[in-house]
Design a binder for this molecule. Structure first.
Ligand SMILES: [Zn+2]
Length: 368
């Protein structure tokens, strides 16, 4: 089960004080440098922030990427939006940060040089650890001024995720914002303590995260999915023309488990991210290096493949497939929708793209 965290404080604490984005004129866009720390050599460490102001007043939306320094699908997405804007910003302000954790990004690492996780350090403190000070500098100079947040992540190293939004759905404006993004899968969770989204939401900036794809990559289907999602969110706030596109189906859930290998072996996968599996269905077969079958790993119940390992060699206890389950009812309707999806729909292309790095075969099972 995914943990639930308390709803945000009643008092909205968004700061209306002057901030760096004020120097971007209405209808203009451009880069700013946000000083967030100092290097060992005593030089400023600054992160680039893109600010785009619409022609009319409206909400301030912040899109952040690479809070985990190796999760760069979001960095590629922001680059795509900056270099080839897919919409015209009519109202409000769009703030985009391609890399929040610059020190981790430069090392291709999730973590900071002090081995702490920046996404467990928010809102941070001016007198704390390196991670805590960085978080504090970012939070105070940026997050506190924003009305909504979209924080872009990927699966952890050696795993991939089918695009899914995570948000505390008990908060109405967060639920609406999460739904507007338009992913098929929404995980109802408030996020871990110290995460940007939990701290931001608590401070009056409702923030969702997207988990999509792998570390160290900019995947074309994931970028397309994410650009569409951001556009949908901006549409829902009337910052961009049009109404949000609807997903093929929608599953909102707080229930997921990792199915693990029980023995060491080399895996042959029978499922891909985004697919439906049935109770007892084979999801992977494990072989020893001599070619003898070790075990068939099966789904414990009906579910959808939220994520999976990208490394086929496993030890006992290693995670193989991350399954998510409906809160109630069955997956029958979703299965019908999936069967009728066009091969060139974004859902199907994403499923195809994410499974390109491993072999997926049918399982020869006489009992099925
Ligand atoms: Zn992450």
């Amino acid at each position: 089960m995914i943990d639930k965290t308390p709803a945000r404080d009643d008092a909205k604490t968004r700061s209306d004080a002057p901030w760096f984005a004020d120097s971007t004129a209405v209808g203009e866009r451009g880069w700013h440098e946000l000083i967030i720390s100092e290097s060992v050599a005593g030089r400023d460490i600054a992160i680039p922030v893109y600010v785009w102001k619409g022609h009319e007043p409206g909400p301030i939306v912040c899109v952040t990427a690479a809070v985990h320094g190796d999760e760069i699908n979001g960095t590629g997405t922001i680059r795509s939006i900056v270099s080839d804007p897919p919409f015209d910003l009519l109202a409000g302000t769009l703030v985009m940060v391609p890399v929040v954790n610059l020190l981790g990004f430069e090392r291709h690492s999730r973590y900071l040089p002090d081995r702490r996780d920046l996404n467990r350090s928010f809102p941070g403190s001016a007198t704390g650890s390196l991670a805590s000070r960085l978080a504090h500098a970012f939070f105070n100079q940026l997050t506190k001024h924003c009305d909504y947040g979209i924080d872009l992540h990927t699966a952890a190293v050696r795993r991939t995720n089918f695009p899914n939004v995570r948000a505390d759905l008990s908060i109405p404006e967060l639920r609406d914002f999460a739904r507007a993004f338009g992913t098929e899968l929404i995980i109802d969770s408030g996020g871990p303590k110290g995460s940007l989204r939990q701290a931001a939401t608590k401070a009056g900036c409702p923030t969702i995260i997207l988990e999509a794809g792998e570390v160290w990559k900019v995947e074309s289907a994931v970028v397309e999915y994410t650009v569409r999602g951001i556009t949908n969110c901006l549409r829902s706030l009337k910052m961009v023309e049009g109404t949000p596109s609807r997903p093929a189906y929608r599953l909102e859930t707080d229930s997921s488990t990792w199915v693990r290998a029980t023995a060491g072996g080399f895996l042959e996968f029978h499922v891909a991210p985004g697919e439906i599996v049935h109770d007892g269905e084979a999801i992977a077969t494990s072989w020893d290096l001599g070619g003898a079958e070790v075990e068939t790993i099966r789904a414990p119940r009906d579910g959808i493949v939220l994520g999976m390992t990208t490394i086929p060699s496993v030890a006992p206890g290693d995670p193989v497939v991350h399954l998510t389950y409906p809160k109630k009812g069955s997956l029958k309707k979703i299965e019908q929708v999936m069967e009728n999806l066009d091969d060139d729909s974004l859902h199907e292309r994403t499923r195809e793209d994410l499974s390109r790095n491993f072999v997926v075969t049918d399982h020869d099972d006489e009992e099925e």
